[in-house]
Ligand binder design. Sequence first.
Ligand SMILES: Nc1nc2c(ncn2[C@@H]2O[C@H](COP(=O)(O)OP(=O)(O)O)[C@@H](O)[C@H]2O)c(=O)[nH]1
Ligand SMILES: Nc1ncnc2c1ncn2[C@@H]1O[C@H](COP(=O)(O)OP(=O)(O)O)[C@@H](O)[C@H]1O
Length: 383
Amino acid sequence: MDQNDSYIGEAPAFLVEDLQDGPLNGLELKNGTCKTTTTVGDKTYVTVGAGDGTLSIDVQIFDRSLGEWVHPTVLGTKPLSCKGHSAVLCKNRILVLKKGSKSDDQIWFLEVVAWSKGVIGNAEKPIVISGPSGVGKGTLISMLMKEFPSMFGFSVSHTTRAPRNMEKDGVHYHFTEKSVMEKEIKNGKFLEFASVHGNLYGTSVEAVEVVADAGKRCILDIDVQGAKSVRASSLEAIFIFVCPPSMEELEKRLRDRGTETEEQILKRLRNAKAEIEQGTSSNIFDFMLYNDKLEESYEKLKKLLGLDGFVAASPKSAAPREINLPVDHSVSKIDDKIIISSGLEKEPKNLIMLDVSSLKGGAPGRTRGLDFQVIGASLDLHC
Ligand SMILES: Nc1nc2c(ncn2[C@@H]2O[C@H](COP(=O)(O)OP(=O)(O)O)[C@@H](O)[C@H]2O)c(=O)[nH]1
Ligand SMILES: Nc1ncnc2c1ncn2[C@@H]1O[C@H](COP(=O)(O)OP(=O)(O)O)[C@@H](O)[C@H]1O
């Protein structure tokens, strides 16, 4: 087997020799340019990349107390292939710097053991909107997205229910077979999922990441069980519960929408009572929004989100700053600062100082709150 061809669970002899020499935090192994080791307690995490840029980064764990390799289940979306990588331990997570990758794909965190992409700066909290079927969640969200298209993005859920006439796969939902979705749930694809009105619904980690990566604030339309799961997750969000003015009005809206069978309407109305009870009595939600007169409710929603008086055409907040990571580099750590220096001896030393003191969020999702400073002139910095 080639030295770059090791798989999780298989321990090439040279690697074991390297590992038994003692902790090698963040150093690249002498025998394998694309493997890095980081020791956390008894375990040495070996991140294995490919030198030829064709394989993605894998994780192997060597349990030093047992002298054995452990087979890890690694959650989260894996980083794509790169031309090698560096690794350094910080704040109980392993910071992985990818070489030769796009500027928005260079920094990753391996959170023992789940991947989360490192993003410079802070994004606004996602918004979770819940409420009974027919109360007007979709209508209010559409109004918001229409008025502020560059500010908000919709988290496209997966569901096993059949599409309605006007619904498009990948836009309103990812319409999925039950067996496929159950398998994906087991594989850790979902941030949350629930059985609602007899069908499975779930928010994939990717659905939220895609919106955040586009620099937009994510809106999730999910039921109360889903909101409860998100509350318990690492995703920090604002939770809004939409209430109908009365059960009669809710029934009227559901019937007038004309998208459900009589059986489905009755099921949704039965479930609405429990949802309203839970939504209004639990501590899950930060705000209650009574959707009586639509225009008034929409104005209230904008106010909750600090958008009243906001001019939609005004320029977006400053674009995120990007690091231009030198392909050849070495990494060291002083307190909460990671020092990345250009590895080329002939070139003047260029330093990037990555500040990890304000890290927020994490797997599954994105680790935010990174800041950096460039010390040295010749590194390209896109601002
Ligand atoms: N937990 C969870 N609930 C979801 C998700 N997507 C949609 N829902 C909820 O499922 C319920 C039914 O949605 P849908 O079939 O589109 O019907 P509608 O609410 O009448 O438009 C609603 O309460 C949605 O908020 C999801 O990803 N997770
Ligand atoms: N404030 C309101 N007053 C009257 N009808 C409304 C109001 N809000 C929404 N509707 C209508 O009620 C129906 C259900 O709204 P919808 O947004 O699909 O609900 P949900 O997404 O919560 O299931 C739609 O036909 C919509 O046009």
